[in-house]
Design a protein around this ligand. Structure first.
Ligand SMILES: Cc1cc2nc3c(=O)[nH]c(=O)nc-3n(C[C@H](O)[C@H](O)[C@H](O)COP(=O)(O)O)c2cc1C
Length: 207
């Protein structure tokens, strides 16, 4: 397909991108990268009529799958859930004869209105942010995929433009490292968030 080690597919889901403060900027760092397919679900399927065969064919062509979305009611936006319900079919993605996605990697890239300090056992949201992604992690597991720690941008209502830009640069670096296979996945697996300490997970990163 191309000269890169891995093919990356970013499945992006935001129902009101025209009102977005953060995701509209984050996507600009990755949506025209070489070796990366950027797939905007709400743009392609505004009526929720998902072309399952096309989506499955596209998944087969990629090694790294990214679910990029704002956290909505501690979950994925409705169209991404519909996509999961329809595309990840029995006997295709899972089940006795379902191994189409086996060995691929899945990464969640999420933004939350809540600040980082709100996501812990003793705080307002009562759980670390990773725990709200257990349904996605378990879906990956059932499909034989390797689920990476999430890339998280917290506090979307209050973070500054400079912080958004810094997260955008980090996002691009992570996608580049996944595409070029220069990410330390063992170190990454120990992290609460893939972007908790970028220097630790990016092999040979220049400081
Ligand atoms: C319907 C809805 C549900 C939301 N649920 C949550 C939530 O469960 N936790 C949270 O921290 N933020 C929640 N938010 C805030 C969004 O995550 C936040 O608006 C989004 O990340 C901002 O990204 P944007 O600037 O790209 O729109 C919710 C927002 C909406 C509209």
């Amino acid at each position: 397909m191309n000269e890169f080690k891995k093919n990356v597919l970013i499945i992006f889901a935001h129902p009101a991108l025209q009102k977005s403060r953060v995701n509209s900027k984050l996507i600009k760092y990755v949506n025209d990268m070489q070796g990366v397919t950027f797939h905007d679900l709400y743009e392609i399927y505004p009526d929720f009529h998902i072309n399952v065969a096309k989506e499955q064919a596209q998944l087969l062509k990629h090694d790294i799958i990214v679910f990029h979305h704002p956290l909505f009611w501690f979950s994925v936006p409705a169209l991404l859930k519909e996509w999961m319900d329809l595309v990840l079919e029995h006997m295709w993605a899972y089940g006795r004869k379902g191994s189409a996605l086996k060995g691929k990697k899945l990464l969640s890239v999420i933004t939350t209105g809540g600040r980082e300090s709100l996501f812990s056992e003793k705080a307002y949201n009562r759980h670390p942010v990773k725990e709200f992604l257990y349904p996605v992690a378990q879906t990956a597991y059932i499909c034989g995929m390797d689920y990476l720690p999430p890339f998280v941008v917290h506090g979307t209502h209050t973070i500054t433009q400079e912080m958004i830009a810094a997260h955008g640069e980090d996002y691009k670096e992570i996608i580049t490292a996944l595409r070029d296979d220069t990410i330390d996945l063992e170190k990454a697996a120990e992290m609460p968030r893939l972007n908790s300490d970028m220097n630790d997970v990016l092999k040979g990163r220049k400081l």
